[in-house]
Design a protein around this ligand. Structure first.
Ligand code: VGL
Ligand code: ZN
Length: 201
């Protein structure tokens, strides 16, 4: 069985949000159309407490987009985004929620970031997503959402490790840093990820 994953289609990653991804809003209509091709649709939601240590404002001497070390891991510091119970953390208002069977939240532990929908960045705490998908007999995951070079990329890497066949639907994602994503995209191809466009699903 195949499943469609919608990674972090949230207001703060849209133009006008706190951590905007260029053209992020352009994926919403595509994602909505894609859902008709899948019997299982799952979403992830970045869901931070305001004291989250990935936020630059929680560090006295640092600014957003600087890189620091946090508990032994490299950490990019971000503008405050996807704070629990704020409008920025909500899904885009036009996202069709009717077929979404489950929402996996991540980034709740203030001490560690969680780009992947499967694990925190230290690979210590699982969200349970892999076990959930395996219990339902899912073997092939189709990835969409934001941002291509962070949460989508790291979710795919973990999905590969967990043994899922992975496809990235390229027109249903956008990157924070387009040049960086060009390199990551090549790496994903070498890892065996299929990269397609939505008209080929
Ligand atoms: C994301 C940076 C920080 C993402 C989440 O959804 O790609 N990026 N938190
Ligand atoms: Zn985040």
């Amino acid at each position: 069985m195949k499943a469609l994953l919608l990674i972090d289609v949230q207001n703060d990653f849209m133009p006008g949000g706190n951590l905007p991804v260029t053209e992020g809003d352009q994926i919403v209509a595509i994602v909505n159309e894609l859902q008709a091709h899948f019997d299982l649709v799952i979403a992830s939601q970045d869901w931070h407490p305001s004291e989250h240590l990935s936020f630059a404002r929680n560090h006295l001497r640092h600014k957003a987009f600087e890189e620091i070390e946090l508990n032994g891991l490299p950490q990019t510091l971000w503008p405050e985004h996807c704070v629990q119970d704020t409008v920025g953390a909500e899904f885009h208002a036009d996202l069709d929620m009717r077929k979404i069977a489950a929402i996996f939240r991540k980034g709740m532990n203030p001490k560690i970031d969680s780009y992947s929908a499967f694990y925190d960045n230290g690979h210590v705490q699982s969200t349970g997503l892999s076990g959930y998908l395996k219990e339902l007999g899912v073997e092939h995951l189709y990835f969409t959402g934001l941002a291509a070079d962070f949460c989508v990329y790291f979710s795919i890497k973990d999905a590969l490790k967990a043994g899922f066949k992975c496809t990235l639907i390229e027109d249903a994602t956008r990157a924070i840093d387009v040049d960086n994503f060009k390199k990551l995209r090549q790496q994903l191809r070498e890892d065996g990820v299929s990269i397609i466009t939505s008209n080929n699903v």
